[in-house]
Design a protein around this ligand. Structure first.
Ligand code: ARG
Length: 458
């Protein structure tokens, strides 16, 4: 047990206590960030005359050595140290001696861990944002290809009106675009540097906090040292944004599972993204989509855990906050994994256009358009609704679609119907006539696609 404290203690820490307290098994994940922060700190200390230039150079060299050795697998991060901060400091002292003992001047592990967590999350936000961008790119490609692929649009999971696959996928494009926006907002709001807040009340050394903030790519230093060490809002905001991403992925997964089912057959998930059954030879299961849907729960769990952990913590730092790490790391890794697999699955999925179109036809999705036909011939909408309702009932009894109902049947119920009713209720007409901005009509759809393309190029 290599500890950073002990002077005022008369007994060794109990072994169980030591293990319960230690965070090295998980906070070793941000050794890079910890070293980056320490380098900025000593650079500032030397600029302020708190360390000599020689001490600074020795420390920087020592820290770089640790970084290289850990990266190369030459230096193992072991449970002999309580946390990553102790590990780095102890190693530095082993390597360079007395100068290493000056690294922690004007710093506490409280502002250090707040900094590490922010640096880590900032890097991860950029990575997740990149993964969402790749998914959007894949969705845009599907949209470009399927402006004329007709399918039923649903409400209450009942066929409602015809849309296109481009339009349906476009709805998810919007969701994931907002997700990116959320990540960018969080990154902007959290980009203030806690380093220099000390344990809670700042330090008596003349630190230049604006300088370390700048060295580490922050917009400015945090304005209150107590808040700096006890703020985990950005963790909660990130977990909330990640939960929303998962919610979107989960809804889409649910639809893909339905579409891939034997009943719908709208899509076929590629063999490379499917799994079989150990007993039923015919099976090809959408496990990836199911796992994405399932993993949503653990990301929500992380959000609720973190909110609950923070709710009763008095100012300023308390050890409860160490609990932020494992669940945040797990949520981040889960979301990144899900995004990458989901993107692979949708971009290799095959779409059965004919099944989609015939499903739209056989579900009376053109019934509103048939009523609109009557309205355009002077029939009040409420009457038109009743007339088409009766025709739908006739079709259900005969087991046919509105397109297949003979003209005589139409005319028997209303003399207004002419031969052109069939053209008026064709899938093509139904979709093409939906011309409002944001609707599935091909012209407005193409417009939205080109706007999305510009957005992705930015
Ligand atoms: N491992 C701690 C954490 O994750 C680091 C800060 C410890 N500070 C302290 N005073 N015990 O929060």
């Amino acid at each position: 047990m290599a500890q950073l404290w002990g002077g005022r203690f008369t007994k060794e820490t109990d072994k169980l206590v030591y293990n319960f307290n230690a965070s090295i098994s998980f906070d070793q994940k941000f050794y890079e960030q910890d070293i980056r922060g320490s380098k900025a700190h000593v650079t500032m200390l030397a600029k302020q005359g708190i360390l000599t230039e020689q001490e600074r150079d020795e420390i920087l060299k020592g820290l770089d050595g640790i970084l290289m050795d850990v990266r190369a697998g030459k230096l193992e991060i072991t449970s002999e140290y309580e946390d990553i901060h102790s590990f780095v400091e102890a190693n530095l002292i082993d390597r360079i001696g007395d100068a290493g003992k000056k690294l922690h001047t004007g710093r506490s592990r409280n502002d250090q861990v707040a900094l590490d967590m922010k640096l880590y999350i900032r890097d991860e936000i950029d990575e997740i944002n990149g993964e969402v961008r790749k998914l959007l790119q894949a969705l845009l490609e599907i949209m470009e290809e399927h402006v004329h692929t007709y399918m039923p649009g649903f409400t209450h999971l009942q066929k409602a009106q015809p849309v296109t696959l481009a339009h349906h996928v476009g709805a998810y494009f919007e969701m994931f675009r907002r997700d990116r926006g959320r990540l960018e907002d969080i990154r902007k709001r959290m980009n203030t540097c806690p380093l220099g807040a000390g344990a809670l009340a700042g330090t008596t050394y003349p630190l230049d906090r604006a300088y370390t903030a700048e060295l580490l790519g922050f917009d400015e230093p945090t304005r209150n040292s107590m808040d700096s060490v006890s703020d985990r809002d950005y963790v909660i905001e990130l977990l909330s944004a990640l939960s929303t991403i998962m919610m979107h992925l989960s809804r889409f997964s649910e639809e893909i599972i339905l579409w891939n089912s034997n009943e719908y057959r709208f899509v076929e998930i590629d063999d490379a993204y499917s799994t079989g059954s150990s007993i039923m030879p015919q099976k090809k299961n959408p496990d990836i989509a199911e796992l994405v849907r399932g993993k949503t729960g653990r990301v929500y769990g992380a959000l609720v855990s973190m909110l609950t952990t923070m709710k009763g913590i008095p100012l300023a730092y308390n050890k409860d906050m160490q609990e932020d790490k494992e669940l945040t790391f797990d949520a981040i890794d889960t979301v990144k994994g899900c995004l990458a697999l989901f993107t692979g699955m949708v971009s290799t999925m095959e779409f059965h256009k004919e099944n989609m179109e015939s499903s739209a036809k056989n579900g009376f999705t053109n019934a509103t358009d048939a009523a609109d036909y009557l309205v355009n011939h002077g029939v009040p909408f409420r009457d038109a609704h009743g007339i088409i309702g009766r025709l739908v009932l006739t079709c259900i009894e005969k087991g046919i679609s509105l397109d297949e109902l003979p003209l005589e049947e139409y005319q028997a119920i209303s003399p207004v119907f002419e031969e052109d009713i069939y053209e008026a209720i064709s899938m093509r007409t139904c979709v093409e006539k939906r011309v409002t901005y944001g609707a599935p009509g091909p012209e407005v759809m193409e417009q939205v696609i080109s706007e999305n393309k510009k957005y992705l190029e930015k």
